[in-house]
Design a protein around this ligand. Sequence first.
Ligand SMILES: Cc1ncc(COP(=O)(O)O)c(C=O)c1O
Length: 359
Amino acid sequence: MSETSPKLRAELEGVPTYKPGKPAAAGGPVAYKLSSNENPYPPLPGVMEKVTAAASAFNRYPDMACTGLMNELAERFGVPVSHLATGTGSVGVAQQLIQATAGPGDEVIYAWRSFEAYPIITRISGATSVQVPLTPDDVHDLDAMAAAITERTRLIFVCNPNNPTGTVVRRAELERFLDRVPADVLVVLDEAYREFIRDPEVPDGVELYRDRPNVCVLRTFSKAYGLAGLRVGFAIAHEPVAAALRKTAVPFGVSHIAQEAAIASLRAEDELIGRVGTLVGERARVADALRAQGWTVPETQANFVWLRLGERSVAFAEACERAGVVVRPFAGEGVRVTIGETEANDIFLKATAEFPQEA
Ligand SMILES: Cc1ncc(COP(=O)(O)O)c(C=O)c1O
């Protein structure tokens, strides 16, 4: 066999691998998965029926334009269909956004640490990542991000709330930042956790996008809506950007099942609001209990909490796993823990109570 392998793009050499949250151990002691910011609830009412019906037609390709879902989203957000684009999860749409804007020699700015897909999809496109460290309080440093803009900047991600810290940027600072970004640089407001926000000072990106043609809002059905496994996300952006997203989409990427499930989930909004409210209540209970135990917990507006454990992050995650909950360590930095079922949260709090706070 020849030693020569096909020529692959040099950029792929440096692509970091996406680390999915570890699954709960099968057959082990009670184990809850709090490692992927998923929703612990079963599908919303009416969703399974639609999914089951849609499954009988999967010998056919789905509607590539996602017409039904687009119409539903247009009405829900008060935007024209031409301002919408869907993709295989919001990470798929994020990748389409980079493909549409940046290539070799271009720069993509984002906070760090933030969503771990950003460096991967930037590198794959051949563009250069410009990572701007979070402030010591684990919040986006928007002044430093504005200062990092060069004539090579093509796209800026603002992850609000930020994954994995849960921290937010508020209206005044975000508007000030947007005013500083040149009109030909796209700002992507990644609002994967939007539904969990309770701080009234955090702006809804959809309001900010309306009179700013360089702002794009990214949303997903994976988190609050509980459809992570079906892979459907969407963007709201002005026409040239939304049109570019449709061009860069994988044809037929959003299945018929996913489209039907997303529509049914949007129509089950009352139940959704109740479930999100319960998770937000659990978030407050967990954060308060952690602080009562003496932990420092950044203010979170997402469905997870962040513990900056530094070098002890992996050991802490192992202790949690022994206790029965799988969490997400970022070695040397911290641990992100999804808010789950009450029993899972209780197991986590027991583990934190027992883990020494100082090495
Ligand atoms: C900030 C952020 N954006 C986007 C995503 C992607 O989610 P999905 O591709 O399931 O829509 C995630 C998932 O963890 C996330 O945390």
